[in-house]
Design a protein around this ligand. Structure first.
Ligand SMILES: CC(C)(COP(=O)(O)OP(=O)(O)OC[C@H]1O[C@@H](n2cnc3c(N)ncnc32)[C@H](O)[C@@H]1OP(=O)(O)O)[C@@H](O)C(=O)NCCC(=O)NCCS
Length: 327
């Protein structure tokens, strides 16, 4: 898809905060139960950032993990994109903090596109390298969602967690790398999932409220629909069929949504990466974190076709197919 240039993921890293918050902690003060949360979402626990730990800190830790695993991976990186919905501040962009921290020469900007932001950023990095604007791009997804949750809203507080993930996108050997991207948005669903920090007027007509708002039922229906359409489109664009997909790494929001997508694709559970039980929904960090765990567990080998898909606020969606390895 790049006119003879194969581009893929050269290095990967991720980080989740130390503090584990189990479902039982919600039982202590909310009208909810571990049983309800596990049955409806598959989530058992999530990681919560420390009081003084913000999105940039999680991004730094993810990049440090990447460097530990792939020393020298930042050589030749000409820019940083950080996909996040919870930047430390509206500006400067969190990517600038990452750029300074690691002494990267080049551009730095944030990308806001709901949970699929990291996949959007991968697509942008891919396009930039293909266009000769950069040799390599560092693509980070990081979220401190715990900072914007309404901890008294049982319908949202139990769903999310904090984490960071990072990848370096650049040239790989022929036959490896990205085979397709699908990016989409439907802004008519803007009111179903939002967080306002500086907006005086929200899509539902109310004014600024500093908390995440979600219509879970609508987002659920939307998610099941776009997970199906986006994955099938990405597989077709890649010139493959669902049976060719060795490993499916879906956005980790809800086990029932993952199961619906898995079933539609006809994939056995052995080919699906699931860690929503341990991290909840970490938004833009969700896919890199799951991808890294799958690589570490030896579940993804050179030459495997890997399918990624995500959905989220916007409403947005994205999917990609890549052939792993070739670095
Ligand atoms: C949020 C979600 C888990 C709710 O599950 P659900 O089976 O759809 O449940 P419903 O929304 O139909 O709510 C059923 C009842 O459970 C209640 N409920 C919601 N959260 C609850 C909780 N943590 N504990 C107990 N009850 C809860 C609701 O208030 C509702 O009660 P009511 O019938 O008295 O009004 C589900 O809709 C979902 O996962 N949606 C997608 C969310 C998502 O992925 N967001 C991230 C996008 S990136």
């Amino acid at each position: 898809m790049t006119g003879g240039q194969a581009l893929g993921i050269l290095a990967l890293g991720a980080y989740a905060p130390q503090r584990v918050m189990r479902n039982e902690e919600f039982e202590a003060y909310l009208d909810t139960s571990d049983e309800w949360i596990v049955t409806r979402t598959g989530i058992r626990e999530r990681r919560i950032a420390a009081e003084d730990e913000y999105t940039s800190d999680l991004a730094f830790k993810a990049v440090e993990d990447l460097l530990k695993r792939h020393p020298g991976a930042l050589e030749g990186v000409d820019g940083v994109i950080v996909a996040t919905n919870t930047p430390d501040a509206l500006f400067p962009d969190t990517a600038a903090l990452v750029q300074a921290r690691f002494g990267i020469q080049g551009f730095a900007y944030d990308l806001l596109a709901g949970c699929p932001g990291w996949l959007y950023a991968l697509a942008q990095a891919h396009a930039m390298v293909a266009a000769g604007l950069a040799r390599k791009v560092l693509v980070v997804g990081a979220e401190a969602l715990s900072k914007i949750l309404d901890w008294n809203d049982r319908a949202t507080a139990v769903l999310f967690g904090d984490a960071g993930g990072a990848a370096v996108v650049g040239r790989v050997r022929e036959g490896f790398g990205f085979r397709s991207f699908v990016l989409g948005a439907d802004g008519t669903g803007a009111k179903e999932l939002y967080h306002a920090c500086v907006a005086p007027r929200l899509p539902d007509g109310t004014s600024m409220r500093n908390r995440l708002h979600m219509n879970g039922r609508e987002v659920f229906k939307f998610a099941v629909r776009v997970m199906n359409t986006a994955t099938l489109e990405a597989i077709e664009k890649a010139g493959l069929t669902p049976e060719d997909i060795k490993v499916f790494v879906p956005h980790q929001a809800n086990l029932r949504i993952i199961d619906a997508a898995r079933e539609r694709l006809g994939l056995p559970w052995e080919r699906v990466v699931v860690n929503v039980d341990r991290y909840g929904n970490t938004s833009t960090a969700s896919i890199p974190l799951a991808l890294k765990e799958a690589v570490d567990a030896g579940r993804i080998q050179e030459g495997d076709h890997v399918l990624l898909v995500s959905f989220g606020a916007g409403l947005t969606w994205a999917a990609a197919v890549l052939t792993w390895g070739g670095a």
